[in-house]
Design a protein around this ligand. Structure first.
Ligand code: C2E
Ligand code: MG
Ligand code: MG
Length: 258
């Protein structure tokens, strides 16, 4: 029996372990965690219609740890269940604060990990958060990824149906970047497709990004779904997306997460 070992592996493991240790403390104490919100804009009217909640974490040494580093660790360790509850409840609390400040009824998008979906209390938790802050469930949208639908399809469909019956919307995040089966799309109770930013990055005429983005817009509309594009950084991208019939955008062009 052979196993390869290199010193790099040990360093990487130790790093992950210490990150997990810090994240566990942060989660328990709700310390150093915050949410930033990025506006979502209706192309036709130019108005902000909603926001996506994005998690931020500053550890005890004052270092900002980006989501691509701590979310996978949180998922692997199941800390994401507790963190995800904190995210959804905090986002609902923020929405109530915006309502009270007189902002027009905005929508709130919240990212959800596959591990959260497999938690038997997920639907109950979501109901408690949303109703607890007196929010109309129709104003909350959960962002799931394509890969989520591939594993344990029956259980995912069941959970999505229960969320949909409750009134919450469902969007497929990073659409086009994974390996989704188009057949699944019809079976899932969805409201929106979110075009992955990698296709938005190059929308010049004839580019593959433009071809795929246009295809996603058409696919969405044929399935009766609305379409939002993420990662929109420039005016030309906005114009190209408008010409394709995409309804909503999110990206640095309008605002970074704040
Ligand atoms: P995502 O849900 O696809 O979020 C979009 C990411 O693109 C965000 O990165 C956002 O800051 C970034 N972004 C927004 N506009 C632009 C733009 O114009 N150009 C470019 N280049 N990037 C833009 P962020 O905040 O680092 O989050 C990364 C990922 O981490 C998210 O991808 C999401 O999958 C995950 N994540 C963040 N917060 C949560 C959370 O509360 N729960 C879960 N489960 N995952 C989360
Ligand atoms: Mg998202
Ligand atoms: Mg995305």
């Amino acid at each position: 029996h052979w196993q390869y070992f290199t010193r790099d592996m040990q360093v990487a493991t130790q790093r992950r372990l210490s990150l997990l240790h810090d994240l566990r403390h942060a989660t328990e104490a709700k310390r150093g965690l915050s949410l930033h919100y990025q506006p979502q804009v209706d192309i036709a009217s130019g108005r902000m219609i909603g926001a996506e909640a994005l998690m931020r974490w500053k550890n005890d040494r004052g270092e900002n740890i980006p989501p691509y580093r701590f979310i996978p660790v949180a998922e692997y360790s199941h800390l994401i269940i507790e963190l995800g509850e904190w995210v959804l409840c905090s986002a609902c609390e923020q929405l109530r604060a915006w309502d009270r400040a007189g902002l027009p009824g905005l929508r709130m998008s919240v990212n959800v990990s596959p591990a959260q979906f497999r938690d038997p209390d997920f639907v109950g938790m979501a109901r408690r958060c949303i109703l607890g802050y007196g929010i109309d469930p129709g104003r909350i949208e959960l962002e799931i990824t394509e890969s989520m639908a591939l594993t344990d399809m029956e259980a995912v469909v069941d959970t999505l149906r229960r969320m949909r019956d409750f009134g919450v919307g469902i969007a497929v995040d990073d659409f086009g970047s994974g390996f989704s089966s188009l057949g699944h799309l019809q079976r899932l109770p969805l409201n929106r497709l979110k075009i992955d930013g990698s296709f938005v990055a190059d929308l010049s005429a004839g580019s593959s990004g433009a071809t795929i983005a246009e295809m996603i817009v058409r696919l969405g509309h044929m399935l009766g779904l609305s379409v939002i594009a993420e990662g929109v950084e420039a005016r030309e991208q906005l114009d190209a997306l408008r010409r394709m019939g995409c309804q909503e955008i999110q990206g640095f062009y309008f605002s970074p997460p704040v």
